[in-house]
Write a protein that binds this ligand. Structure first.
Ligand SMILES: *Cc1c(COP(=O)(O)O)cnc(C)c1O
Length: 397
């Protein structure tokens, strides 16, 4: 285990870093250099802004959930509407940023992994728009669970590769994507969350920070005050770090990250890394990881494929240890309840991932005053989830 406490580039406290095979060192270093270059190049960010405006549909709205607020009888609840971004989730913010970076680096072939398919769909869209080839690795189990997203990716010209190793889910897809990258170092690996070796956690946060920047300004412009609490679901942690980054310097704003509590607290039955995880290295970075006593990566479970992952982004590990953000979990059943309540009371069908943040707000709002504000990052829309929810509710559609 790493015990040094000196802050180095790519470290968040002791967390983060770059734990990669020697064969990837030169490739990752090239990426790091390219990212540092575009960070100092205003024309890159202008182009990204322009495309967010004309392609992604940014800025996404801020919605006052008045029915929900009134019925819960406590804090006023606001929603940052990433569900209205093109392709239906916040994933496009990162896919577009990295797609433009890849293009600047002269790359023509993009590799990506996907779990539920949302990152794969966002990457496929960006690649067709920028004229890049796209290969997406997806676990065979996930391909079966998320057929509509597989078809979407193929419609947009992506080559979707089925991964048949391990549990045939997200972590196996990441392994396969990394393997492809090792044998095709000229390709660009477009990682989908604030995870993996440096510079990904920093770069993905930077591309997702547009959520927090917009939301903070929208709160000031339309409500005239900052929220008391910001809530986001945490899978790898990209939508959460994106909105948190807008408020992390506002000491009076509480930050709450919601992990997947799954079916129970038993190892293997959930994906709450801060409730049972231990510090370790997984897929390139040091963070909290669900593992057994021998350090073997544990199985995970969540009703939402996007939160079903054994590790959490390293910056969240730092925010957790420093107690700047508070992490808790919501069970499958509570998320299902949140999914139905937002649909019924606001006419907004949330992604099952986002429904975890809704469920936390449902228990928190009644404990607060009516002049206090909860801001929820509604990370995505729930159209992809209607079949699995209908199944859970024993409804035939
Ligand atoms: C992928 C996804 C998530 C989880 O990923 P993070 O990197 O933790 O944001 C959450 N919500 C939606 C809608 C997603 O598609």
């Amino acid at each position: 285990m790493v015990t040094e406490t000196v802050t180095q580039p790519g470290r968040f406290g002791i967390y983060g870093g770059s734990f990669i095979p020697e064969t990837l060192a030169a490739t990752v270093s090239e990426l790091k250099t390219a990212y540092v270059q575009v960070c100092e190049d205003p024309s890159f960010w202008e182009e990204l802004d322009r495309l967010h405006h004309t392609y992604t549909g940014r800025p996404t709205p801020l919605t006052h959930a008045t029915q929900l607020s009134t019925r819960l009888g406590g804090a006023q609840v606001y929603l940052k509407r990433e569900d209205l971004a093109h392709t239906g989730a916040h994933k496009i913010n990162n896919a577009l940023g990295q797609g433009l970076l890849a293009k600047r680096m002269g790359k023509t072939r993009i590799i990506a992994e996907t779990g539920a398919g949302q990152h794969g769909v966002a990457t496929a869209a960006v690649c067709s728009m920028l004229g890049l080839d796209c290969v997406v690795y997806m676990g065979a189990e996930d391909m079966e669970r998320q057929k509509p997203n597989v078809f979407r990716m193929r419609l947009m010209g992506a080559d979707v590769q089925s991964v048949n190793t391990g549990s045939q889910t997200l972590k196996d897809a990441v392994n396969e994507a990394m393997r492809d990258w090792v044998s095709h170092p000229d390709s660009y690996y477009l990682l989908g969350s604030a995870l993996g070796p440096h510079p990904y956690p920093t770069m993905v946060r930077d591309f997702q920070s547009v959520i927090g920047r917009e939301a903070r300004q929208q709160m000031l412009d339309t409500v005239g005050q900052l929220p008391d609490v910001v809530i986001a679901c945490v899978g790898g942690g990209s939508n959460a770090i994106g909105i948190f980054s807008g408020f992390v310097d506002d000491e009076n704003v509480d930050l709450r990250g919601i992990e997947a509590g799954g079916r129970s607290n038993d190892l293997g039955e959930h994906a709450a890394r801060f409730n049972g995880g231990k510090v370790g290295v997984f897929q390139g970075t040091l963070s909290y990881v669900l593992q057994n006593d021998n350090g073997q990566i544990a199985g995970t479970h969540s009703i939402s494929a996007g939160l079903d992952y054994a590790a959490v982004g390293p910056e969240h590990a730092q925010l957790h240890d420093e107690e700047r953000a508070f992490y808790t979990s919501v069970t499958d059943d509570e998320a299902l309840e949140g999914f139905q309540i937002l649909s019924r009371w606001e006419g907004i069908i949330p992604a099952l991932e986002s429904a975890h943040a809704i469920a936390d707000a449902i228990r928190l709002a009644p404990t607060m005053q009516s002049d206090q504000i909860i801001l929820i990052n509604l990370s995505g829309r729930g159209d992809k989830d209607i079949f699995s929810v209908a199944d859970r509710l024993d409804v035939v559609i």
